[in-house]
Ligand binder design. Structure first.
Ligand code: NAD
Ligand code: USQ
Length: 387
């Protein structure tokens, strides 16, 4: 397949691009390097020494003989470059990672709210409009989030995107499947709930074939391919805006920093290893919706955990201390989370379990690069409630 990877320089996009290239697909990355520029804004760097994108792809060619082409422009702004790329390259699929993905960053100020909304919504709409204008039958695979559902379901298993509802009418009960009601917890998560409506509409009106992957929190750093050479290493965010909970705890344990549990740590979230992210995307590409199908929604997660349980597990294995901090976010202190993920399991996914890879990750990555950590960047300073 020929595949465009939008956001292919990022934490999920880079390993996915390599994973697909290694399997013989023709991969083209589009990225405006905004994530690297945000590092400059936040005065922080990836814990791992990521190389410039040009050096990354040159190293990949040197090591494997495979070529990955790169285009640097902004999706959602440079519409004609995107349209021309689709017209010239005629890709079979487009994978859309190109969004501002950190909830705390999206809540830092009005500027960050507006940037996140403008960037994410314009990007998604431009990709869809360009696919339609190109006149081609291109499969769009989008990275969405488990956070579109909210995290409390009163014991019910969150279904894969759709909910069966029965409405009483004059003519008796009427059954309908609706998109699971959106319940975003941040401006970032809200953009993802709005993406869902774009997909619903363009699928209904233009017949665009779309797979929306509702992904949980990604943990881990390296994949089979990014581990082949240090020049291919994946990014590792540990700062208070972009670092996600499990990778932050792993890094904190490695440098002897008390694990930063927000509130009681009763928040339950869904998780997936970065290697499984790549496998799931490959499975989504090879099992596309058929023409005329509705938007295909899969829950891309493999296990759920309570934040304090994760902290305890890591503390037991490493001797780290745990600090219970005032929660800077506006979120439920305690929630249960049950999620259906039958579709990926049915397609043959064999999940990497947290218990299996945890210590290797601490040792190989967090300890190895701990000298690069700036401890002053660890606290979460983005306050979600009005002062
Ligand atoms: P990331 O910030 O590391 O990567 C996103 C990449 O897209 C960056 O390289 C950035 O420069 C680029 N980009 C952003 N906006 C762009 C634009 N308008 N035009 C061109 N390039 C642009 O994020 P990630 O962790 O790789 O996440 C990728 C996707 O997966 C996101 O949409 C995110 O919502 C989703 N996701 C991530 C996680 C996670 O834990 N990391 C979990 C669930 C879902
Ligand atoms: N948390 C802590 N301590 C920390 C960091 C986080 O207790 O040091 C808590 C948070 O308060 C929250 C939970 O851990 O309750 C998860 O936070 P997170 O930063 O790991 O994840 P989140 O903000 O939800 O966002 C991440 C990705 C986002 C993706 C989402 C998937 O950044 O792109 O969409 O995970 S999900 O959480 O399933 O919606």
């Amino acid at each position: 397949m020929k595949i465009l990877v939008l956001g292919g320089d990022g934490f999920c996009g880079w390993p996915t691009a390599l994973h697909l290239s290694a399997r013989g697909h023709d991969v083209i990355i589009v990225d405006n390097l905004s994530r690297r520029k945000i590092d400059v804004e936040l005065e922080v760097t990836s814990l791992t020494p990521i190389r410039p994108l040009g050096e990354r792809v040159a190293a990949w060619t040197e090591i494997t003989g495979q070529r990955i082409r790169v285009e640097n422009f902004t999706i959602g702004e440079h519409y004609h470059r995107l349209l021309t790329l689709l017209q010239q390259e005629k890709p079979d699929a487009v994978i859309h990672f190109a969004e501002q993905r950190a909830a705390p960053y999206s809540m830092k100020s009005s500027w960050h709210k507006r940037y996140t909304v403008n960037n994410n919504l314009n990007a998604t709409n431009d990709v869809l409009a360009a696919i339609v204008e190109s006149g081609q039958d291109i499969h769009l695979v989008h990275l969405g989030t488990m956070g579109v559902y909210g995290y409390g379901t009163a014991g019910m298993k969150i279904p894969e995107g759709y909910l069966d509802v029965v409405v009483e009418t004059e003519n008796g009960p009427h059954r309908q499947e609706i998109l699971y009601p959106a319940n975003p917890g941040s401006i970032y998560h809200m953009t993802k709930t709005q993406d869902q409506l774009f997909f619903f509409y363009y699928n209904k009106n233009d017949g665009v074939r779309i797979t929306d992957l509702h992904q949980g929190i990604v943990w881990g750093t390296q994949t089979e391919e990014t581990g082949m050479d240090e020049r291919l290493i994946n990014r590792f965010d540990y700062d208070g805006d972009y670092g996600t909970v499990l990778n932050r705890f792993l890094m904190q344990a490695a440098i002897g920093y008390p694990l930063t549990v927000h509130g009681t740590g009763g928040q339950t979230r869904a998780f997936i290893h970065i290697q499984d992210t790549c496998r799931c995307i490959e499975l989504a590409l090879t099992n596309p919706p058929k023409p005329g199908d509705r938007v295909s929604i899969l829950n891309q997660m493999t296990e759920t955990h309570r934040v304090r349980d994760l902290a305890r597990m890591i503390a037991e294995q490493t001797g780290a201390e745990i600090a219970f901090l005032t929660n800077p976010r506006n979120e439920a202190e305690e929630n249960d989370l049950h999620v259906a993920n039958d579709r990926f399991l049915g397609l043959g996914l064999e999940p990497i379990r947290l218990q299996d890879g945890l210590l290797a990750e601490v040792q190989q990555i967090a300890r190895r690069y701990s000298a690069r950590c700036d401890r002053s960047k660890i606290p979460c300073l983005s306050q979600w409630r009005r002062a």
